[in-house]
Ligand binder design. Structure first.
Ligand SMILES: *Cc1c(COP(=O)(O)O)cnc(C)c1O
Length: 361
C-alpha cells in the first residue's frame, strides 16, 4: 500500500515511523499484554508514558522549571474560553487579531468577560501584521493574546518580532508549535491543539507559567481550572491517553531528527522552495501574504485562473498529493507543510505545480 503526500491542515500527517511503532505496539505495549488504549490511566505503565512525554517535550522546547505542562482535552477552541475564565480575574485583556483563529479567540473571550481588540488587520484581508503604531495596548491588561501562526490565512509572527509588552503573553501556537525553537520564558501561556503539528486530535497542550495558576474564580467548573488540573498532574479525570501516547512517540521522533534546530532548518527549506515556486510562476500562482510574515507551515495560494481550480485538484489528487483545497473562507489552495511532511513531499508538490503551470500557462 502506498501512502499519500498529505497536505491536510489538520488532523494532519504523522511521521510514518511513529505510525509503524504504534502499529507494532498496538496489541501488546512493552509486555503489558494490552494496548495503551486499554490500560488504566493511573497504572504505572501509563504514568510512565505520560512522564516520558512531558520530559521529552520539556527537553525539546527547553521549558523552564517555573512552567507547568498540562495535557488537556477540548481543543484549542476550548482554550478560547478557558483562558479568559482562568486569567481575566475581573480585569480586561487585549487581543491582536491577525486572522480567523485570533478573531474566534477574541469573540469567544467576549462571552466570558471584558476584552479589547488592540489591533486588527481584517481591513487588509489578514495578509499582514499590524504595524507597531496600529497596536493600542492597555498597560493594565490581564494578558495579551496572539495567534502566532494563522492556519487559514498563512500569517506567522516571526519569533524575533514578539516583544515583551509588560503583560503576560498568551499565544495560540496550534499550527506551528515544535516547528522550531522558541524562548518559552517570553510567554505566560502557550496552547496548542495537537492535531496539526503534534499528534492526533483530542489532546490540547497548555504550557503555563506557574504564577498564572490559581487566579480562576471559584464559580468556574473544576475541570476548567488550570490550577486544579496542575495539582492533579492533568489527571483530575481520564486524560486522552492514546493521543498522549502518540504525541510522546512524535516527541521521540523529533529528538531523533536532531531536535527543533534541525527540524527548523528542514522547515525553512520546505517553505523556501514552495514560496519560490509560487513567486516564480509569473503570476500563475499567487500568495497574498506580506513576505515578512508568511507562514512556514500553512501556505495558501490561488490560481490566476480559478476556472482551473477543479483540474488542479483532480490532477494533484491523481498524483497522490492530497488535501490541497484551500479553506472556504479564502478559497484557492492551501498546502500545510508541518513537521511530518518531508522535504521530498514538498519537492513532489513543487514539481507538480511547475508542470501544471507549464501545461496550462
Ligand atoms: C485548528 C486551530 C484551532 C482550533 O483547534 P481545535 O482543536 O479544532 O479546537 C485554533 N487555533 C489555531 C491556530 C488552529 O490552527
Amino acid at each position: 500500500m502506498s501512502r499519500i503526500w498529505n497536505f491536510s491542515a489538520g488532523p494532519a500527517a504523522l511521521p510514518e515511523e511513529v505510525l509503524r511503532q504504534a502499529q507494532e505496539e498496538m496489541l501488546n505495549w512493552h509486555g503489558a499484554g494490552c494496548s495503551v488504549m486499554e490500560m488504566s490511566h493511573r497504572g504505572k505503565e501509563f504514568m510512565s508514558i505520560l512522564a516520558q512525554a512531558e520530559a521529552d517535550l520539556r527537553e525539546l522546547l527547553g521549558i523552564p522549571a517555573g512552567y507547568t505542562v498540562l495535557f488537556l482535552q477540548g481543543g484549542a477552541t476550548q482554550q478560547f474560553a478557558q483562558i479568559p475564565m482562568n486569567l481575566l480575574a475581573g480585569r480586561s485583556a487585549d487581543y491582536i487579531v491577525t486572522g480567523s483563529w485570533s478573531k474566534k479567540a477574541f469573540k469567544e473571550a467576549q462571552r466570558i468577560g471584558n476584552v479589547r481588540c488592540a489591533a486588527t488587520t481584517e481591513g487588509s484581508g489578514f495578509t499582514r501584521l499590524p504595524t507597531p503604531a496600529e497596536i493600542k495596548l492597555d498597560p493594565f491588561a490581564a494578558y495579551l493574546h496572539l495567534c502566532t501562526n494563522e492556519t487559514i490565512h498563512g500569517v506567522e509572527i516571526p519569533a524575533k518580532q514578539i516583544a515583551d509588552t509588560g503583560v503576560p503573553l498568551v499565544v495560540d501556537m496550534s499550527s506551528h508549535i515544535l516547528s522550531g525553537p522558541i524562548n518559552v520564558e517570553k510567554f505566560g501561556l502557550i496552547y496548542a491543539g495537537a492535531q496539526k503539528n503534534i499528534g492526533p486530535s483530542g489532546l490540547t497542550l497548555v504550557i503555563v507559567r506557574n504564577e498564572l495558576l490559581g487566579m480562576a474564580p471559584l464559580n468556574i467548573p473544576t475541570v476548567m481550572d488550570y490550577a486544579v488540573m496542575a495539582e492533579n498532574g492533568s489527571m483530575l479525570n481520564t486524560p486522552p491517553t492514546y493521543a498522549i501516547y502518540i504525541a510522546g512517540l512524535v516527541f521521540q521522533w523529533l529528538k531523533r531528527q536532531g531536535g527543533l534546530l534541525a527540524i527548523d532548518a528542514v522547515n525553512a527549506e520546505k517553505a523556501r522552495i514552495l514560496y519560490e515556486c509560487i513567486d516564480g510562476s509569473a503570476g500563475f500562482y499567487h500568495n497574498p501574504v506580506d513576505p515578512d510574515c508568511r507562514s512556514r507551515m500553512n501556505v495558501p495560494f490561488t490560481l490566476a485562473r480559478p476556472e482551473l481550480d477543479a483540474t488542479f485538484l483532480a490532477e494533484s489528487k491523481a498524483a497522490g498529493l492530497m488535501s490541497l483545497k484551500g479553506h472556504k473562507s479564502v478559497g484557492g489552495m492551501r498546502a500545510s507543510i508541518y513537521n511530518a511532511v518531508s522535504l521530498e513531499g514538498v519537492q513532489v508538490l513543487v514539481d507538480f505545480m511547475n508542470d501544471f503551470a507549464k501545461r496550462n500557462g
